[in-house]
Design a protein around this ligand. Sequence first.
Ligand SMILES: Nc1nc2c(ncn2[C@@H]2O[C@H](COP(=O)(O)OP(=O)(O)OP(=O)(O)O)[C@@H](O)[C@H]2O)c(=O)[nH]1
Length: 527
Amino acid sequence: MTSAFTSLRNRFLLALGGVLCLALLALVLIARYQITPILLEDEARYAKTELDRAERALNSELGHMVRLVEDWAWWDDSYQFVQGQRPEYIDSNLYDGTLNTLDLRLMVFFSDDDQPYWVSGFNPADDAFTSCPGLTASCEWADEIIGLLQDRIEDGLEEDTYAWLLANPELAMIGLSPIYSSQEDAPPSGWMAMIRPLSEPWITQLRDTTGIDMTLTSIPVGNSSAQGVLERLSATRMQASRDIAAVPSSHRVRIDATLPRQRYQASLETFRFALYWTCGVLIVTLIVVLVLLEHMVLGPLRQFAHFTQRLQHDEDLDTTPSGLLARRDEIGTLAREFQHLREHQQQQKALLVDLSQHDPLTGLANRRLFDERLNEILDETRLRHDSVATLMVDVDHFKPYNDHYGHQAGDDCLVALADCMTRCFPDPDHLVARTGGEEFSILLPRTTLVSAIQQGEDLAAAIERLALPHATSPTADVVTISVGVAVSTPGHLLMPSALMRSADQALYAAKQAGRNRVHHRLVPEVQ
Ligand SMILES: Nc1nc2c(ncn2[C@@H]2O[C@H](COP(=O)(O)OP(=O)(O)OP(=O)(O)O)[C@@H](O)[C@H]2O)c(=O)[nH]1
């Protein structure tokens, strides 16, 4: 029997399992080193696109800021106000209601020498509204922002309108414009600045407008990242950050956008789906291959192996199973070749058995077969209480015959005698054997002593009738035989050796008595 590891099925299963594992490993590696990087790259592109959109929304807000500040800066009343001609401008325009309506924290008018001419706004410390001519005590809270604006103006801004994000001291938008007159030839006079805080309600509105969950924070330049940052918070959320330029230059405004990862997840799910299906198909293929292998190869091979094992114990089994012989594949060829080999072997074996049991010259049974049959017959005889006779036959003066006629003639004589004996004992139960050079033995089951003597005499007469010339025989001028007869009867059961010894003694007696005669030997005792 095959062990678990030498079993063809287990080895095939192991090999296919190995191939399956390798295929799965390849898929996992492809997923990890090919698919996932592509998906992450796509996700990074998506994050950049969303940040671009958020930045565009901020720029759009800055654009609105520009238009708002231009509305006021291109107004003749504002122009005349910074030239000191309209004192009522303050009461009618620069009060808290105006700033609230415009969603502003601070409005600053600069005179031609870039000094603050008028400051109106809400103090972030207590949210109290103040309106002052220049940086007087009650408007000193705006000192830092006004300093930043002056730096910007002194950096060389001319005849244009600007808007920036303010990162420090607070998050806000700045709009700055020269103040123009409607008279085309009049030069601009001073500057006007508006500061709109990036308050939580404002950012909430921006979120609603863009659909992007974002926050804005101020960070020092030292903590800023020029490339932007993408951090994956969980399987479903990621945070993309980008720093954009702001005032003052020591700070930047960071946009933090919390984005869903559904694109990545969806792609991953699709890939996993394909992976599971591929695994499923591979496993089903493996099972189908194993079933086919079992059905088409292993089953027939086992049947064949079982048949050859049974052959070892029972050589007379029928032919190879017909199902195997009828197959048209390699196993069928193997079975047919095996069958041919077996038939050839059986023929050879039969030939060998025949050679081992028969005399090649005369074709008669030899001593081996005679002894076997004698044993069998005597065993059966004991059970059935029958008698068995043996005739021992010797050719008279055969040496002179050989010497006179030659060895080949001696062979021919022996063949002629054998044929005559076979004709004399045609009963299939009788066995004529050549048990020596010119000695023959005849086994006669169920034969009495009288009958055996009679058959011996008939044989001697038949041989004599052959009239084979024997010129050198002192007994007769033809070939003659001497016959010794012994019988095992139910009253005198003999062992095979004793029976043959008795026949030999009877033959000796026949020779001594002058040859060409039949003698029998009385059995002296029960064996
Ligand atoms: N041609 C031939 N001769 C054989 C064969 N086998 C034995 N012989 C011869 O048979 C002869 C037997 O001689 P012996 O045993 O002396 O017997 P015999 O001459 O027949 O004398 P008795 O038996 O006493 O009558 C020998 O010469 C053997 O060579 C054989 O196969 N062919």
